[in-house]
Design a binder for this molecule. Structure first.
Ligand SMILES: [Mg+2]
Length: 420
């Protein structure tokens, strides 16, 4: 059977499907079967899917103080400022969180550029439109280059509202099913080696299954050595956030002695070729984060041998559509992926947990408990880590959580509403 939704066809194999089946069922078939052999089409009928009209979009400029400052090779922050998105369709509301920072250090995008492109370009393009599927949001923005974090925040809110309208968890709409997600933590650069070792001990006591530390030139071998001296078997990785050059990357060679899971993004944020050369000289797998901006970059990176692991962040890729594509490409090559973090509030954190249910996410991600970052979080109950080091996907329709109204109001610096 074929589902004609105007922009693309999906193949479904469930021959019990009838026009009386719910939209939710039809959407589920579309997700599960879109990658199947097109020959099934030969025996097909056609069903037109009712779509969802985007009635209203609300944007919130939010500031949440961090429990403790977070330092990377980019610098140090003591609060997270971000754009929160609410999309209303069919009487339901979906939520999305834009992961752009205030400064253009992790990526070119900032909270200000995201606000600009959302209000002037992305929201007007989508308002009042009827979408057959959340993936179709990307098609309405096809002319807009870049601004992937801004696009992702709205696209992910649309996935959430679609799942809520269907009355099922987002992970099902994404093509998976809820499962416990192994949690890892990302530890920023600490004032001293002793402070770092103490932090690692505290995180392990809290149940986290994998430790990641931020490194930069001058803070690489010594912190790894200090952690290994005390915790010789803990799953450990390092993230350089592109702090090294070809000239300074020699400092990474000694890390091969410490049995690290991976070295994340050692070289330039948009580089693949130098990473391929570096990977050839290292035993430790390189994981790419900043460099993987979508399916094309993932294909190129794998073809060049630039990495052996990929960190997926939907904000960096433009949403769930391209993230699922990168997951599928990596999986087809037997390459593990894991879910990165961007200091999200509980809204973004819930999205990340749902995406992490896809089968290629075989390594613990940076999807930690709310209380490591925000007290209180925007959501209630907060995201918590179980004693076995896993996090449960929030149950219920959509992402399973919503912001607490009073907390969102208190954290909002400015907001705007756009109605069709
Ligand atoms: Mg990273």
């Amino acid at each position: 059977m074929r589902i004609d939704c105007g922009l693309r066809d999906w193949i479904i194999e469930d021959w019990a499907f009838t026009p009386h089946a719910s939209i939710g069922q039809a959407m589920r078939f579309s997700i599960n079967l879109q990658r199947r052999d097109p020959e099934i089409l030969n025996a097909a009928g056609v069903v037109r899917l009712p779509g969802m009209r985007i009635d209203e979009v609300r944007l919130f400029d939010v500031r949440l103080p961090l429990v403790r400052p977070f330092e990377t090779s980019f610098g140090r922050i003591d609060a997270r400022e971000f754009v929160l998105v609410a999309v209303d369709a069919g009487g339901a509301t979906g939520w999305g969180e834009c992961v752009a920072d205030v400064d253009p250090f992790y990526s070119e995008e900032t909270t200000t550029t995201a606000w600009y492109v959302m209000t002037n370009v992305l929201v007007p393009a989508i308002l009042g439109r009827t979408l057959a599927h959340p993936r179709d949001a990307a098609a309405t923005w096809a002319r807009v280059r870049g601004h992937r974090m801004a696009k992702a925040a709205i696209e992910m809110a649309i996935w959430d509202v679609r799942a809520r309208l269907d009355g099922r968890p987002l992970c099902e709409l994404l093509g998976a099913a809820a499962r416990p997600i192994p949690a890892g933590v990302s530890i920023g650069i600490q004032p001293s080696l002793a402070a770092l070792v103490d932090r690692v001990g505290a995180e392990l006591a809290d149940g986290y299954r994998r430790i990641k530390i931020k490194i930069k030139p001058g803070w690489d071998r010594a912190p790894v050595e200090a952690i290994r001296a005390k915790f010789d078997r803990v799953p450990l990785m390092v993230d350089a956030n592109a702090a090294y050059t070809v000239a300074s990357a020699g400092a990474l060679a000694p890390l091969d002695a410490f049995d690290l899971m991976m070295i994340e993004q050692p070289l330039d944020y948009d580089d693949l070729v130098d990473h391929a050369r570096l990977q050839a000289s290292l035993r430790t797998p390189i994981c790419l984060d900043e460099s993987i901006t979508g399916p094309k970059a993932a294909t190129d990176a794998i073809g060049l041998g630039a990495c052996r692991i990929i960190n997926i962040k939907p904000g960096r890729m433009g949403g769930f559509g391209p993230s699922i594509a990168v997951h599928d490409i990596a999986r087809a090559h037997g390459m593990p992926v894991w879910h990165g973090g961007m200091l999200e509030s509980g809204i973004g954190r819930a999205h990340n947990l749902h995406l992490s249910t896809l089968p290629g996410f075989t390594l613990p991600g940076d999807v930690a408990a709310s209380r490591r970052y925000f007290v209180p979080d925007l959501i209630d109950p907060p995201i918590e880590v179980r004693k076995d080091g896993c996090i449960d996907v929030p149950p219920g329709p959509g992402i399973g959580v919503v912001p607490v109204e009073a907390r969102l109001a208190a954290a909002t610096q400015h907001s705007e509403r756009f109605s069709a």
